[in-house]
Design a protein around this ligand. Structure first.
Ligand code: NAD
Length: 283
């Protein structure tokens, strides 16, 4: 293991490695190799989803690695078409079959799809999934405050995380503050702006990179980590896997953190669909 990745506590008493490895857009036939390389680089937390169509490759990599299951943290997600009454247990079982696992560590609702408005009845099934032992923890992605309010109101069970688009151009401070008040951890997806944001051209990022002798990607990952956010950057390149994990031996100053905070563009900085607009039928 090349690096020690710290874990952070979740509100249900479990814990999660604060830095993991995401596999969105990793080709199914490349996934086994890529995840094996990520595990060799020291990652122990893998973030996949049914819709990524690469759960099988993640599972093969886990089996090939020989790493004890209790040293790994595996997240997958319930896809939009599997929302609605009575469907969640089967969706989770199918994911477990593809992964070749007895349980995942975290199972998430992938999008709220508020126009279809069945996320509350979907969430109502989640506590039983946790009680069955087939997932250790339960959470959501892409939920706005009003969606979180509704699922907590209906079940009195808060998700342990909300996984949202977050990077220097889209910081969602009000949502993050709401989540902090409720003990819900923020997971940042697209932590590097999905490669669409010129990180090296952002002045405070470039300045901190020069000051610390690091890359712009390392500075941005460090900024997330110092905010207490959980990240799992994606790359298929082993040298970038090592680079992205090598962020635990330097610290941004309060001024450097504030300068990156000031890059927030609000809604104009969003790179992916707004959660209210995401189409249920995409599959
Ligand atoms: P990301 O911000 O991790 O960006 C990945 C891209 O950044 C790469 O393709 C590459 O172009 C670039 N990159 C990676 N490392 C780099 C480095 N060291 N230097 C320069 N460029 C680098 O975007 P992502 O993959 O979309 O997000 C991370 C993970 O979040 C995904 O893999 C997935 O697991 C999860 N995710 C979840 C949702 C959701 O709706 N819940 C949506 C998107 C992604």
């Amino acid at each position: 293991m090349t690096t020690q990745i710290p874990s952070v506590p979740l509100l249900d008493g479990t814990s999660i490695p604060q830095l993991g490895f995401g596999v969105f857009l990793v080709e199914p036939d490349e996934t086994e190799r890529v995840v094996i390389e990520a595990l060799e680089a020291g990652y122990r937390h893998i973030d996949t989803a049914k819709i990524y169509r690469n759960e099988e490759g993640v599972g093969r990599a886990i089996a090939a690695s020989g790493i004890p299951r209790d040293e790994l943290f595996i997240t997958t997600k319930l896809w939009n078409r599997d929302q609605g009454a009575g469907k969640a247990a089967d969706a989770l079982d199918r994911s477990l079959e593809r992964l070749g696992l007895e349980h995942v560590d975290l199972y998430l609702i992938h999008w709220p799809c508020p126009r279809n408005d069945v996320f509350v009845e979907t969430w109502e099934q989640f506590p039983a999934l946790r009680e069955s032992g087939r997932t250790r923890s339960i959470g959501v992605c892409n939920f706005l405050e009003e969606h979180l309010e509704r699922i907590i109101g209906a079940t009195s069970v808060a998700p342990v995380v909300n996984q949202i688009e977050q990077h220097p151009w889209l910081q969602q401070p009000e949502l993050a503050a709401y989540q902090q008040r409720h003990g819900i951890r923020t997971e940042a997806w697209g932590p590097l702006g999905q490669g669409k944001i010129p990180l090296g051209e952002l002045e405070p990022v470039a300045a901190a990179a020069t000051a610390h002798g690091r890359t712009p990607a390392q500075v941005v990952l460090r900024w997330h980590l110092q905010r207490g956010v959980i990240v799992f950057p994606k790359t298929v390149r082993p040298e970038r896997m090592r680079e992205n994990a090598d962020v635990f031996d330097f610290e941004l100053s309060a001024d450097e953190m504030r300068a990156i905070d000031a890059l927030d563009r609000g809604e104009a900085g969003r790179q992916a669909p707004h959660p209210d607009d995401f189409n249920f039928e995409v599959d």
